[in-house]
Design a protein. Structure first.
Length: 370
């Protein structure tokens, strides 16, 4: 969800639910509730390779209220769970000689990127791949699962979550992010209508809680027409780095930056079409020069004044990702659950209503002990 992610997505381009359903939502989705929601970021990707059924299953077992799949379309328009459009980073595609001729080099901003991109492969072809850990240097324990799991579609995820909810007897939400709709539309793969149709096709999603995320404004505005307020679907405006312009705004010749969207006036504008604000957590409580947490920004209060819930991405349990206040001496890649819990508590005190975490078990413990 960073500037780097945005550039990677650009590489890929170049290479009615009833009000009654609201009663079934987790309590924190309704105004006046106090318990924060735990969203399993790409499942439980600190413990299993991201966007695998194993990652989603671990997140649910560890108490996530929602699991989060990033969605991108295949060449034939199937919405797939994938964050990195370069398949070489997360799959075994390099070991498939039949796909060698689809490897390409793309130049973006003067940088050459060599890889395989999702929009060049059909659903059937993608299902032949096996996923692997994206950051093995940081999470080496996850590499023991390399090659075990297929890439999955949104339809498969919904069926899996529905089965888990039926088995566990509790609602389990899904929080899909529509990745770079403007970019994919520009290469003939628009995602909004496909997503709306997918939601309508699943009985589980008539009642189950659903948070639809996007960094783009126009996509959320269009989805608001399909998912009116008061039902089980909420819309989340993701916020990238302050100087950046949303892709849809830039494509239309606009100049509104994410930093402008985080002003009091900008947040009122977001509240006209979205329910939840979700920037990087460091945009809510920034780090000081020494790496320790600073003072919460006024954006939290402004968002709530506008009627928005406040979320943030993402909490990660390794020392290298924690604010200096919460690190221990075990090394940068060491897991530090106590430090992560303390960091989450700091953000909950500042007013955060929900959060993404790479380790939902830690997130659940943080909410329980807050």
């Amino acid at each position: 969800m960073t500037d780097t992610d945005r550039r990677t997505v650009m590489m890929a381009a170049l290479a009615g639910v009833g009000v009654a359903a609201a009663a079934k939502l987790p309590a924190a989705r309704r105004p006046g509730s106090h318990a924060a929601l735990v969203i399993g970021h790409r499942g439980a990707c600190a413990l299993r390779p991201e966007h695998t059924l194993a990652s989603y299953a671990k997140a649910i077992a560890d108490g996530a209220d929602y699991i989060e799949p990033d969605l991108m379309p295949s060449k034939d328009g199937v919405l797939m769970a994938l964050h990195e459009p370069d398949l070489g980073k997360v799959s075994d595609i390099a070991s498939h000689p039949e796909f060698a001729d689809r490897r390409k080099v793309v130049t973006i901003g003067g940088q050459r990127v060599d890889g395989w991109f999702i929009n060049d492969f059909t659903f059937a072809e993608l299902k032949r791949l096996r996923l692997k850990e994206r950051i093995p240097d940081i999470r080496p324990a996850n590499t023991r699962y390399d090659g075990m799991f297929q890439m999955v579609s949104f339809d498969e995820i919904v069926d899996f979550v529905a089965a888990e909810a039926a088995t566990r007897g509790r609602p389990i939400g899904i929080a899909p992010e529509l990745k770079a709709p403007t970019i994919f539309a520009s290469i003939g793969l628009p995602v909004e209508d496909r997503f709306v149709a997918a939601v309508a096709a699943h009985r589980y999603l008539r009642d189950a809680p659903l948070i639809v995320q996007c960094f783009e404004i126009a996509t959320l505005e269009r989805l608001r027409g399909h998912f009116p307020r008061g039902g089980s679907v909420q819309l989340m405006q993701l916020i990238d780095d302050a100087p950046l312009v949303p892709l849809d705004v830039a494509a239309a010749g606009g100049t509104t930056r994410y930093g402008d969207m985080m002003t009091r006036q900008g947040l009122r504008r977001i509240a006209t079409y979205a329910d939840i604000l979700a920037p990087d957590i460091r945009a809510l409580i920034p780090l000081r020069a020494d790496g320790r947490l600073g003072t919460p920004t006024p954006a939290i209060g402004w968002a709530k004044e506008a009627g928005l819930l406040v979320g943030g991405y993402e909490f990660r349990p390794e020392n290298r990702f924690l604010a200096a206040d919460f690190k221990n001496g075990a090394g940068g890649d060491a897991r530090n659950p106590n430090g992560s819990i303390a960091e989450i508590h700091a953000y909950l005190r500042a007013g955060m209503d929900q959060f993404f975490t790479d380790d939902p078990g830690i997130g659940r413990q943080a909410v329980r002990t807050y």
